[in-house]
Design a protein around this ligand. Structure first.
Ligand SMILES: N[C@@H](CCC(=O)N[C@@H](CS)C(=O)NCC(=O)O)C(=O)O
Length: 203
């Protein structure tokens, strides 16, 4: 059995959990919910991962695997099915799209930390705006690009869905569906999947 340190609202943890469901590995994972922040380290997570970040996967032999992209690659190595083409030009397209979606989630998370964690007198609105501009540019290019949520689902689709779900949760006022109809349709399709429903545990 593998242990997965996660948090319900984390887009990166959800990506890993959705991947595990899609690859048929969910029953081999014991998810352990934790609370982490840059100013509130969890000792169990830090013992496995010096960065103190989730998701962190701990294998039966005690070895830790992180971050989310490495965990997904590890899951891919355990199954015949892969969430990214194993070779060819398409591999780099999918992995770069995953990086773009993850980067949007990273930027949104940093903006959230700025607004929720940093003491008011230390906040810098230009910095927060800069992070949200990354999110908006990412939305624009995904809206204009190729989107699938069908049987050939990739890790890029999952990462994008997790970033969008995080925007719903923390930045509902952004109302991304209003200005990105193709992304809205993509997300609605993704949300029908059993892997998506099983991992909906925002809190
Ligand atoms: N690049 C990492 C990002 C993970 C990440 O930023 N996780 C957040 C929660 S969503 C976290 O652990 N934050 C605590 C901290 O920054 O100390 C990944 O893909 O796993």
């Amino acid at each position: 059995m593998m242990t997965l340190y996660y948090a319900g609202p984390s887009p990166f943890a959800r990506k890993v959990l959705v991947a595990a469901h899609e690859l048929g590995l969910a029953t081999q994972i014991n998810p352990v919910a934790v609370s982490v922040s840059p100013v509130g380290v969890n000792p169990d997570v830090a013992a496995a991962n010096p960065l103190g970040k989730i998701p962190t996967l701990v294998l039966a032999n005690g070895e830790a695997i992180f971050d989310s992209r490495v965990i997904v690659d590890y899951f891919d190595s355990l199954t015949d099915r892969s969430l990214a083409p194993r070779s060819g030009a398409e591999r780099w397209t999918v992995l770069t799209a995953q990086a773009q979606a993850d980067g949007m989630a990273d930027a949104a998370l940093l903006a959230r930390y700025e607004a929720a964690l940093r003491p008011e007198p230390l906040r810098w609105s230009a910095w927060e705006t800069g992070q949200m501009d990354k999110v908006v540019r990412g939305l624009t290019t995904f809206e204009a690009g190729a989107l699938t949520a069908g049987d050939d689902l990739t890790i890029a689709d999952i990462a994008l869905g997790c970033a969008l779900g995080y925007l719903d949760f923390r930045f509902a006022e952004l109302d991304w569906r209003q200005t990105h109809p193709r992304l809205a349709a993509f997300y609605a399709e993704l949300a029908k999947r059993s892997s998506w429903i099983a991992t909906d545990q925002r809190s």
